[in-house]
Each structure stands twice: as structure tokens, then as C-alpha cells.
Design a protein around this ligand. Structure first.
Ligand code: MG
Length: 468
């Protein structure tokens, strides 16, 4: 059983799965929106004289959709629009550009009567139109010709060409690549990788792998793990194995062929971004290897944090003390952190130690290490915000992180109601020395600051993870 299995997909307060997976309500909301859009387009487009149908595709269909994790990101929903005709019996078939023009025009019309639809992207993309909604999602509408007699589908490109592309075939492959007992686990594994990709390529978007690329790489690796699947494997162990396989495979050969069309390479990462991709994949591989050799949950979670950042939950504790394996003594004392609460005029309202029992929205917080002299020289200090709760979820802002040598204090403001954490991790030369977790409880109507009740801090001890 993996050391971090509980924090991946177990009974922990927060799990990696719950942090990246949309809730049932979020999924239903998206479903209502795309259903409405699909119904409208079907009835309007039927006026051109062809049978029109729609088919949901992409991550939503695959069960691998993840939440937006940074502010400003959107859920991505793909609804294919199919115009049907038999090329043998039709003389004047529409051109790809015509189909795309019809779809784009009726989307714009739909937007004018649908207040929640903010805008239709202009001009349309080469392979789809995009309708952008106010509530953090967009719907893409790739448009196809369906030749039902020959079971053939072609994608209409804006530039006027047809592209052979059959989303149904590859979906069928995905559904059958592992048996139904393992399908849900495969879906979770793909979501973890997509979560990694959402945080690991923020500054290098050109190197970010596509969803289908990650899906195929994960599925092909998992398919080969039949013995582990047969006897049951925890999510974190399965991810370690998949990352190992992906790392070996992709460093040898960058090509990833479409499993149902073996001439198409679905790796669309440009050549000049490939080295960057491999560097990030190496970091994920290193994190997975450290997690594999970790002796307990804390060490494993902190190893995964190197790859998943604020998406990876940490154990429910106030502090983690690292002890030296040979002497069993703490490597350092866990630092104490003061949190000063200011109102928007900059007036100091209260100062707390190691937690903020309650605070209103719209306040400024300054976190400072009280005893920096206990830290080793050149200590590398990271401050990671982990947001929880419906409000941050609704905006798609699950956290962020800052890190620097000697960064003894940071400032934050309180934006979302909920229980959040500020996690301060002290490292030296890449090894973790101590962790302080600061609970910040944001309430909607907290007029004045209350005094802090004293309580005992919960401490976990861990032996310093083996270094490679
Ligand atoms: Mg899309």
C-alpha cells in the first residue's frame, strides 16, 4: 500500500482526487449548459437540410475532466456537431468552411439570447468554435461530416480542409483498454497527471502536454500493468509506476501514436519545447521516486508536493518535525509563525501565533517567522497557500506558492470563505528540515478579531527521507 494512498484517494480531509475532480453539482451544471447549447444548434442547423446530431467528446466524456486550478482558468467541454450526408448520393455537399460558418453564426445568435454565454471567440479556431461562459467554462464545438453508411467522420477545418479524425474510435479504445474494474482508477490516474500538467507548465505553456497525450500515455502504461491491477494497487503506487514507464518511454522516443490510427503522432509539443517538457517530467519522476522511498505519509506527501504543488494535500497536523535517522534527534526546531491581521486601511487588528482561528474576508495577513535564528543559513523557505471550500472552488483558485532563500515573511489577503492552509516548508540543499502548517479560517461576517485560545500543537515526526 502506498505511503500517500490516503491523501491521494482515501479518507483524508482533503485528497488529491477531491482537489482536482469536479463535484457532482459542478458536472451537472456543465451538463445542463452543453445540453441547452446542443439542443439549440441541432434545431437551428437542421434548417440547412442535413441531419444534425451532437456527441459529447473530450475529457468530460472520458471522465477525466479536472477543475480549473488557477484563477482565470476554465473548464473545457467539447461537443462535436455532426452533419450527415452520403457522398455517393449528394452532388453539392457543403464545404468545410461553410459548415464552420453556419456553426459560428448560430453560436453568435445563441449568445445574443443567452446572458450567461459571455462571448463567442472571434475569429473561430482552426479546429473548433469556442463559446465562453461567465461561470468559468467554455464549450468547444468541433464540426464534422458524418458518412453513416461507411462509419466515417471528417473534421471541418476553418482553412477549408477536411481532416480525418474520429473521436468515437479513440474513445472506444480508451473504454476498452482496461476492464471495467480498473477503468475508474485509470480515470483518476489521468486526472492526477492533468493536475500535474496544470501546475507544472504555468510559465512554459508551449511545453504543456495535451489532455489526449497524457490520457494515451497513462492508459498504455496502465494496460501493461496487468499483474498489479489484478492484485490491486493503490493510486499513488500506480502513479509511480506510470510515471516511471512514461519517463523511460518518452526520453527514448518522443512519438506517441494514436492507438486507433497508428500513423498519427498525437504528441503536438513543438520541437523547441520538448527539452522543457522532459525537464518537467524528470522533476515529476524524481518526486515519484522520493515518494517511493519515503518511510511514512508525511515524507511521501512532501515528496509529491514537489510535483503537484498546492494540489497535493499534506497530512492533517500543525507541524512536521524531521529527525535524523541515526540519532533520532530533531534536525531543527519547527519555526513559530506570527500572523498579523490588518484591515484595508492598514490598521493592525490582531496578531496570532501559528493559526488564524477566524478572520473576515478582505483583510491583509502578514506571516512572519518569529525565530529566524533557528534556521540554517541560506534556508530555502516556501509558503504554499492551499485553498479549500466552495468559494475558492467556484472561482477555480485552489492555491499558489512562493519560495526563496531567506524568505522569512509573506503577505496575503483573505479572499474566500473557508478553511485554508498556509504551509511553510524549510529546506536546505533540497532536503526538508521542518514544516509548519497554519490554519486560516475565513468567515463571511467576522466583524472583530477574537483572542486566540491556547491549544496544544499537533506534531508529526518523520525520519528524513533517504536521499538519492
Ligand atoms: Mg476543448
Amino acid at each position: 500500500m502506498g505511503k500517500a494512498a490516503r491523501l491521494f484517494n482515501g479518507n483524508a480531509d482533503q485528497t488529491l482526487r477531491s482537489r482536482v475532480t469536479p463535484t457532482e453539482d459542478q458536472r451537472q451544471f456543465l451538463q445542463q449548459q452543453w445540453n441547452k447549447l446542443a439542443d439549440y444548434l441541432k434545431s437551428e442547423l437542421a434548417n440547412y437540410g442535413y441531419t444534425v446530431s451532437t456527441w459529447l467528446q473530450g475529457s468530460y466524456k472520458y471522465g477525466t475532466l479536472i477543475k480549473p486550478v488557477h484563477k482565470g482558468e476554465e473548464y473545457d467541454v467539447d461537443v462535436g456537431i455532426y452533419f450527415e450526408w452520403d457522398p455517393k448520393e449528394t452532388n453539392a455537399a457543403p464545404t468545410p468552411s461553410q459548415l464552420r460558418d453556419w456553426v459560428q453564426r448560430h453560436l453568435i445568435e445563441y449568445a445574443s439570447t443567452t446572458p450567461e454565454l459571455q462571448e463567442v471567440e472571434q475569429p473561430a479556431k482552426e479546429r473548433c468554435s469556442r463559446a465562453i461562459y461567465a461561470q468559468q467554462f467554455h464549450i468547444d464545438t468541433p464540426t464534422y461530416h458524418l458518412d453513416r453508411a461507411r462509419e466515417r467522420r471528417r473534421l471541418a477545418c476553418l482553412s477549408g480542409k477536411w481532416e480525418d479524425s474520429d473521436p468515437k474510435k479513440i474513445y472506444k479504445w480508451f473504454k476498452e483498454v482496461v476492464g471495467s474494474d480498473d477503468r475508474e482508477q485509470l480515470r483518476r490516474l489521468v486526472r492526477y497527471l492533468k493536475g500535474w500538467s496544470a501546475v507544472a507548465f504555468v510559465d512554459t505553456p508551449a511545453a504543456r502536454p495535451s489532455s489526449i497525450f497524457l490520457t494515451v500515455v497513462a492508459a498504455e502504461a496502465f494496460e501493461g500493468m496487468w499483474l498489479q491491477r489484478f492484485s490491486g494497487i493503490a493510486d499513488d503506487d500506480a502513479l509511480i509506476a506510470i510515471v516511471e514507464k512514461a519517463y523511460i518511454r518518452l526520453t527514448k522516443d518522443r512519438r506517441v501514436f494514436n492507438p486507433v490510427d497508428t500513423v498519427e503522432d498525437i504528441n503536438r509539443i513543438p520541437d523547441d519545447a520538448w527539452e522543457t517538457f522532459l525537464t518537467r517530467l524528470t522533476l515529476l519522476h524524481d518526486a515519484a521516486q522520493s515518494a517511493k522511498s519515503a518511510e511514512d505519509e508525511s515524507s511521501a506527501a512532501l515528496a509529491w508536493e514537489e510535483a503537484f504543488s498546492f494540489l497535493m494535500p499534506l497530512p492533517e497536523t500543525d507541524e512536521v518535525e524531521f529527525v535524523d535517522a541515526s540519532t533520532d534527534r530533531a534536525i531543527m526546531q519547527v519555526p513559530e509563525v506570527d500572523i498579523s491581521v490588518y484591515d484595508n486601511d492598514g490598521t493592525l487588528l490582531q496578531t496570532y501565533r501559528n493559526e488564524v482561528p477566524t478572520v473576515s474576508k478582505g483583510r491583509s495577513l502578514k506571516f512572519s517567522i518569529v525565530n529566524p535564528h533557528i534556521l540554517p543559513g541560506f534556508a530555502d523557505i516556501s509558503w504554499t497557500v492551499r485553498n479549500e471550500g466552495e468559494e475558492s472552488d467556484g472561482v477555480g483558485d485552489l492555491g499558489h506558492t512562493r519560495r526563496g532563500i531567506g524568505m522569512f515573511s509573506v503577505e496575503e489577503s483573505t479572499a474566500y470563505v473557508g478553511r485554508h492552509f498556509m504551509d511553510c516548508v524549510v529546506r536546505l540543499n533540497g532536503s526538508i528540515y521542518a514544516v509548519r502548517r497554519i490554519l486560516v479560517n475565513i468567515r463571511p461576517n467576522q466583524q472583530r478579531q477574537i483572542a486566540q485560545q491556547s491549544r496544544a500543537w499537533m506534531k508529526l515526526r518523520t525520519r528524513r527521507g533517504r536521499r538519492k
